[in-house]
Design a protein around this ligand. Structure first.
Ligand SMILES: NC(=O)c1ccc[n+]([C@@H]2O[C@H](COP(=O)([O-])OP(=O)(O)OC[C@H]3O[C@@H](n4cnc5c(N)ncnc54)[C@H](OP(=O)(O)O)[C@@H]3O)[C@@H](O)[C@H]2O)c1
Length: 336
């Protein structure tokens, strides 16, 4: 199994502004051989995540730095195709930061892996049960602490994290409104996922829409976007609101210093809490979340949507597409 070619994309340049295809270099190397205690994983689907942009510039201090010439870090799901580790026998479906490549080796510790039960669809393992699903689950439930009747607003609502956070908020009895970048995405949120309302932040007057939809204010704002959207929502928070800072994609490709939120003082007037989090801090609880979410999936209460790009060579372009709003739900590239 260790013969053949391992296609890879390396980090070739630190991007300035919008990430470019020339920031990556393609190469082919031999498939690695698993050493003692290691498993060889063949990646099936590779995840595109907004945080990859910050990692290209080493702006994310919660992961090891990336050097120029390193295989670009990326989450992926794959199958163990050869193994010297009894915890990961051949045929096991695993996910981990396997990178933009066809094959990776891991002993489960140097490159932590999650093993999934047989029969789980790999796109589900990378999507709704993957990193973004876990982010939605812990961000909403632990930081947002939803109660039945709460009004929840979600930015980036039609993406991988936002769409799952919104569905979980509905399961908890909340009224849920989403913002997304196209009318089609908004229709999907309301018609397919059961959101109570959604609007296209690119064309609508967000301030007017939020005052119409949330006349009594916002109890939870689950923010994936930051910038002006965060400011507009801060102006509309209800008493004791929780603002979940999940991400701030509007700033990831920006150059130069960015303004802070102007309306932060409403946190004082409304006795509100704004809190950030990083999903890996909840890794010890992923099993518990996976079990509960599988129950919801099996009962038809939690839906998964993926946007799959069918070519390994498109990986750099796929990352750019994430920032162009190409995806509905989880964006991934099929590697093999
Ligand atoms: N805290 C954590 O541990 C953690 C973990 C995972 C992800 N996150 C964060 O969660 C957020 C969503 O990540 P994801 O992986 O689920 O991605 P995603 O939402 O599936 O995809 C990104 C979406 O963001 C929107 N977008 C892109 N550029 C934008 C801009 N300048 N302004 C507003 N919207 C923009 C696009 O949708 P539209 O068409 O709607 O514009 C795009 O489809 C990101 O901020 C990410 O960094 C945080």
């Amino acid at each position: 199994m260790s013969e053949g070619v391992n296609r890879q994309f390396l980090l070739a340049a630190r991007p300035h502004g919008m990430v470019k295809e020339s920031d990556f270099e393609y190469r082919e190397v031999a498939v690695p051989k698993p050493g003692a205690g290691e498993a060889l994983i063949k990646t099936g689907y590779i995840s595109l995540d907004p945080s990859m942009r910050g990692q290209m510039e080493n702006r994310a201090d919660y992961v090891a730095p990336l050097q120029l010439g390193d295989v670009m870090r990326a989450g992926a799901v794959g199958e163990v195709v050869a193994s010297n580790n009894p915890s990961y026998p051949e045929g096991t479906l695993v996910s981990g930061a396997f990178g933009m490549q066809d094959y990776a080796v891991s002993d489960g510790k140097n490159l932590p892996m999650r093993a999934f039960d047989a029969g789980i669809d790999p796109t589900v393992a990378l999507g709704v049960l993957g990193g973004t699903g876990m982010t939605a689950y812990f961000g909403l439930l632990e930081i947002g602490q939803p109660k039945a009747g709460d009004v929840v607003v979600i930015s980036g609502a039609a993406g991988a994290t936002g769409s799952v956070a919104g569905q979980i908020a509905k399961l908890k009895g909340c009224t849920v409104f989403g913002m997304a970048g196209s009318d089609e995405k908004c229709a999907w949120l309301t018609d397919e996922l059961g959101f109570d309302g959604a609007f296209n932040y690119r064309t609508a007057d967000a301030k007017a829409e939020l005052s119409r939809l949330c006349p009594k204010g916002i109890n939870i704002f689950f923010d994936n976007v930051g910038g002006e959207i965060l400011d507009i929502c801060l102006a509309r928070i209800a008493m004791n609101a929780r603002i979940v800072i999940c991400g701030g994609i509007s700033r990831y490709n920006a150059t130069g210093p960015l303004p802070g939120p102007k309306n932060y003082f409403n946190l004082v007037f409304r006795r509100a809490r704004m809190e950030g989090f990083i999903v890996i801090d909840y890794a010890h609880r992923f099993k518990e979340a996976t079990a509960e979410m599988r129950g919801w999936i099996d009962a038809g209460l939690l839906k998964q949507q993926t946007t799959v790009i069918d070519s390994f060579k498109e990986l750099p372009r796929a990352l750019i597409k994430l920032f162009e709003g190409f995806n509905t739900g989880k964006l991934m590239v099929r590697a093999s």
